[in-house]
Design a protein around this ligand. Structure first.
Ligand code: LRH
Ligand code: MN
Ligand code: MN
Length: 424
């Protein structure tokens, strides 16, 4: 299905008057509104190919129908999102859930939708059909050299696919760990992982980055070999300048101060980027901003301040990706909400009076510091985000448009009710 330009224009016309009133109000209170609109328009968030279908838990999966049946349809779905919000112009692939059999065709299709390829993800946490050696006890840290070799070679193959598509980063997450005390020698596991990572690192093309994702627990419940940002950073530092630490918001122990982690990784020049999602308990993979939008804002506040201090380009110097799963929502509606939440947090962070905040910090004025941050956080920036979308050719209210034009119903008509997308 396609979204036609006239549908967007008609929809926006119907909502224009109300939008202009609220936009003019906020624009009148912000001195550098044109700059902010430009920054918002340049900011693109990659959609994970594995989040376009209904997710599930080990207790069940309840599909809403019309899910993409192959990579082409996944790209089409992201094209729909991008047509509506103009902020989803990238896809992150997970291999072998997605195999780009014909890279040239896949690239051409993505280009039609103005979508580029963000980091490619490897998968050494599941055995594939016919695989002779098993990842049951880990991959890059495995005690058996044969298993390590298999996992290293898989990562090299993923790089190859990425090169064909024009991606420039390999994102690596390991399920490697142990379930019981005594099962694993921690130092041995670390060293074997480092050896394996060194082989993968050596195969990275020049302009590529290696993103090393950490996670506190699951599927292993006693130890994880890359369990926190310290362990990831150790690997990244030992590997070299092309290796970075990736922060998935759901991969921390409860109440971790993620914004502080982000600030320090940025300071060290070792922040790869993000897997955005939200959580209440663990790796819940909920809609971004649905549980703790203030934390998201505080993270963006550190990002904007830290990136500006280092002269970094907000749009292109880090990997901005979503990593979510949808048990009860329509995946496309959920992703529209996630992207919107990210844009809102980013816009709020752009409003922070950094100089005033630095002065408050210098004077140990905790009250003023809170006032400054919360003034920005409590500003309703939705009209700013909508205006940026409008200027970029998107729609004023993506979810409302999606429902009004019955996008899911159309997809079900085209693809059927009982479709299953590959992924988690
Ligand atoms: C692990 C993870 C990692 C995987 C994805 C499917 O929990 O966050 O990023 O690649 O989920
Ligand atoms: Mn992740
Ligand atoms: Mn995860």
């Amino acid at each position: 299905m396609n979204i036609e330009k006239f549908q967007i224009a008609d929809f926006n016309d119907a909502h224009r008057q109300a939008h202009e009133r609220s936009f003019e109000y906020i624009a009148g209170t912000i001195p550098h509104v044109a700059d902010i609109l430009q920054q918002l328009q340049g900011f693109q968030v990659a959609i994970p190919s594995w989040a376009l279908g209904t997710g599930g838990t080990r207790f069940g999966r309840f599909s809403g129908g019309g899910e993409p049946r192959n990579l082409e349809e996944k790209i089409t779905d992201i094209g729909l999102l991008h047509a509506l919000n103009r902020s989803s112009g990238a896809i992150s692939l997970h291999i072998p859930w997605d195999i780009p059999e014909n890279a040239a065709n896949i690239k051409a299709l993505a280009a039609q939708h103005d979508i580029r390829f963000d980091a490619v993800n490897s998968n050494t946490f599941q055995d594939q059909p016919g695989q002779e050696l098993s990842y049951k006890f880990g991959s890059l840290h495995h005690t058996d050299k044969g298993v390590r070799k298999l996992a290293v070679e898989h990562n090299m193959e993923v790089i190859k696919y990425g090169v064909e598509l024009g991606s420039n980063a390999l994102s690596l997450w390991l399920a490697d760990g142990s379930c019981f005390p005594g099962q694993l020698n921690f130092r041995g596991a670390f060293k074997r992982t480092l050896d394996s990572l060194q082989e993968i690192y050596a195969a990275l093309p020049d302009a590529w980055k290696l993103y090393i994702e950490y996670k506190a627990y699951e599927p292993n419940f006693y130890s994880t070999t890359i369990g926190d940002w310290g362990q990831s950073l150790l690997f990244a530092n030992k590997l070299g300048a092309k290796a970075y630490t990736l922060v998935d918001l759901g991969h921390h122990l409860p109440n971790a101060n993620i914004e502080q982690i982000v600030a320090l990784l940025l300071m060290e020049g070792k922040l790869a980027g993000f897997h955005f999602n939200d959580s209440k308990y663990g790796d819940d993979d909920l809609t971004v901003g649905s549980i703790n939008p203030y934390q998201l804002f505080l993270i963006f506040n550190e990002l904007v301040e830290g990136m500006d201090a280092r002269g970094m380009n907000h749009a292109s110097d880090l990997g901005w990706m979503i990593d979510a799963s949808h048990n009860v929502k329509d995946p496309l509606e959920d992703l529209l909400q996630s992207v919107e939440a990210i844009m809102i947090a980013y816009a709020q962070a752009l409003l922070v009076d950094t100089k005033a905040l630095q002065a408050a910090q210098q004077n140990n004025d905790a009250v003023a510091a809170q006032e400054i941050l919360q003034y920005a956080y409590r500003t309703d920036v939705r009209p700013l985000v909508a205006q940026a979308r409008l200027q970029a050719g998107g729609v004023l209210q993506p979810v409302a448009f999606y429902r009004q034009f019955k996008v899911r119903e159309q997809l079900i008509k085209e693809r059927g009710l009982k479709t299953v997308a590959t992924g988690l």
